[in-house]
Design a protein around this ligand. Structure first.
Ligand code: AMP
Length: 585
């Protein structure tokens, strides 16, 4: 039954010896254990390059976007360098991040990696009751992950003391500058000990970031994930597209895309073993014949999986990069990146599984909104375009299924072996119209072949930003914050009943919004601050979320009236009231 394995099967990956393992990077066993439990099979390029110098205590300037594995790249060395069993409490590491969402995400990562080291990690951000943060700080912490505004608040209160800091990380530094946090960052760094290690990660390297690095980093190691070009292997000519989808909707989105594409056989790449196992189970539950392939499986298990794929009894292979290395399956028509690969090289290797020897291939990537930038990097490095497509809607799926039923009926008509059913049709036409009989038959055929109705919910479409929109890639003063930023879907203004007299600055408003909602600083348009109130331009679609978020918090320690601006575009009237329109930087 099992087809004989070919020499290209992933018995031992051909290039396994060349690839650096986490253990080769000098990480201690507690961390290696945590990584193995998470199913990470090998370090990503940024981890390979950043971990050794960071362990050695060097400063580092890294250009890396979300999706490259940058969080582990700095979290692992920081955890390793953390003195064990410290009884006292001032933090030894401070990570500054632009948003509440990222603060939570990064501290969760620290928890995951550092659980066997007993690391005490605390996220602090605006919007969360300060009392809880005070108590936690008081009990002692090793790592603080904070948004700049709230960190500065605590420093001013004397509740966050930076005297014991060994390392400061500025994560997504370009985004922090975009959000007007430059002064806050400067002020925080002033409080940090001079001899500390400083690490700066940024997706882009405009001149402002360079300036920040020159001022605060000492002889830093520079890492640029994009620089490894040109890509060693030329990217094959396959049709490449991507879908932007929130994490929670990924399994459903994958199902829909596969239904529309109808691959003969597809390989779906995941980042970790854990994800491979989880997704295989999910896809089997959805009626696909999916098989898992990862580095934790024995050779015999892998051979069996490959046999089933070749024999056509499986149509979906869910795999990690390590397991799929050197894999050559003729039937493969589609490569799906369930996550954006951690480097352009990895993308090229993955999509090289299809489109070989003149065969037609399709490469599909599911990217989370934050990973959009990584797609752009891949495009730039490979010199090939990745089209962003819309996730099929419920209506699209219905149409597609009807098309499939129609195709199946057409085939059946052409096959001409319908005689046994003639008697049914003839007897029914005594009673019913012929077309009606046909309709009933089509309905039964359709219902028998179409998957169940669990796909009936719409998957939200995430608006796609243009490559250069939102943040300057090089140089510049970030002039994009000016009013009237073009935006799809329209904007509206939110009125906030606090202004200059309350000491409100643009960065306070941005901090409050990004701290209280899932909105990124890049989505906030112009900000106008008057004496007694402020107006913030935000996308129409998220205005309500912002309003309810701001109503639940304080700005500069005060509760404010928050509502949609009733003036609409009566800007003339506002000018009469002594308005000041200002850029955020
Ligand atoms: P980041 O770029 O730090 O936001 O990380 C992106 C995602 O990759 C996170 O979900 C991590 O858990 C995951 N990740 C990071 N490093 C690895 C690795 N070496 N192997 C597998 N997954 C990883």
């Amino acid at each position: 039954m099992t087809a004989a394995p070919t020499p290209t099967d992933p018995a031992i990956p051909a290039d396994a010896e060349d690839a650096t393992a986490f253990a080769d990077l000098g990480l201690r066993t507690e961390l290696l254990g945590a990584l193995a439990a998470l199913g990470y099979e090998e370090p990503t390029p940024i981890q390979r390059e950043a971990i050794p110098p960071l362990l050695a205590g060097q400063d580092l300037l890294g250009q890396a976007a979300t999706g490259t594995g940058k969080t582990a790249a700095f979290a692992l060395p920081l955890l390793q360098r953390m003195p064990v069993g410290r009884p006292d409490g001032d933090p030894v590491s401070l990570v500054l991040v632009p948003t509440r969402e990222l603060a939570v995400q990064v501290s969760e990562a620290f928890h995951r990696y550092g659980k066997d080291l007993g690391a005490r990690v605390l996220p602090i951000y605006g919007g969360q009751p300060i009392g809880r943060q005070l108590r936690a700080l008081d009990h002692g912490v090793d790592v603080v992950v904070a948004t700049p505004g709230r960190a500065l608040d605590h420093i001013a209160r004397g509740t966050l003391r930076l005297g014991a800091l060994a390392t400061v990380v500025l994560d997504e530094a370009d985004e922090m500058l975009d959000m007007g946090f430059a002064e806050d960052i400067e002020a925080i760094l002033e409080h940090a000990p001079a001899g500390r290690q400083t690490v700066l990660f940024s997706a882009t390297m405009p001149a402002r970031i360079d300036g920040l690095a020159r001022q605060h980093l000492t002889d830093p190691v520079r890492i640029q994930i994009e620089r490894e070009r040109p890509v060693a292997v030329e990217a094959p000519r396959v049709r490449q597209s991507a879908y932007i989808v929130a994490r929670g909707h990924k399994p459903a989105a994958l199902g829909r895309v596969l239904d529309v594409e109808s691959p003969t056989a597809a390989i779906v790449f995941c980042r970790s073993r854990e994800e491979v196992d989880r997704l295989t189970e999910t896809m089997n539950g959805r009626g696909y014949r999916a098989e898992a392939l990862h580095g934790g499986m024995s050779q015999e298990q892998r051979d069996r999986v490959m046999g089933r794929l070749r024999a056509g009894t499986a149509d979906l292979l869910v795999a990690t990069d390590v397991a799929a290395r050197g894999l050559d399956v003729e039937q493969l028509t589609h490569v799906v990146n369930y996550d954006v690969p951690s480097a352009p090289e990895s993308y090229v290797h993955r999509i090289g599984r299809v489109g070989r020897a003149g065969r037609e291939g399709v490469a599909i990537t599911l990217a989370e909104p934050r990973e959009h930038r990584m797609l752009k990097t891949i495009e730039r490095v490979t010199g090939q375009r990745i089209t962003i497509d819309k996730i099929p809607t419920v209506a699209d799926m219905r149409t597609r299924r009807l098309e499939l039923t129609q195709g199946a009926l057409r085939e059946s008509l052409l096959e001409d072996d319908l005689d046994p059913y003639r008697v049914i049709v003839e007897s029914l036409t005594d009673e019913f119209d012929l077309v009606e009989v046909a309709l009933a038959a089509v309905k039964l055929a359709h219902e028998a072949t179409s998957p169940g109705s669990d796909d009936e919910e719409e998957i939200p479409q995430v608006p796609v930003r243009g490559p250069r929109e939102g943040r300057p890639e090089t140089g510049g003063r970030g002039e994009r914050r000016g009013p009237g930023r073009p935006r799809t879907g329209g904007t509206t203004q939110v009125f906030i009943g606090l202004g200059r007299r309350a000491g409100v600055r643009p960065q306070d408003l941005v901090g409050a919004i990004t701290g209280e909602t899932r909105i990124s600083g890049r989505d906030i348009g112009s900000i106008e601050i008057a004496d007694r109130f402020s107006l913030v331009e935000v996308p129409q679609a998220v205005a309500d979320e912002i309003i309810s978020g701001l109503r639940g918090t304080t700005i500069k320690g005060r509760k404010a009236t928050v509502r949609r601006d009733r003036d609409g575009d009566g800007s003339g009237e506002r000018r009469d009231r002594g308005y000041e329109r200002r850029d955020r930087r």
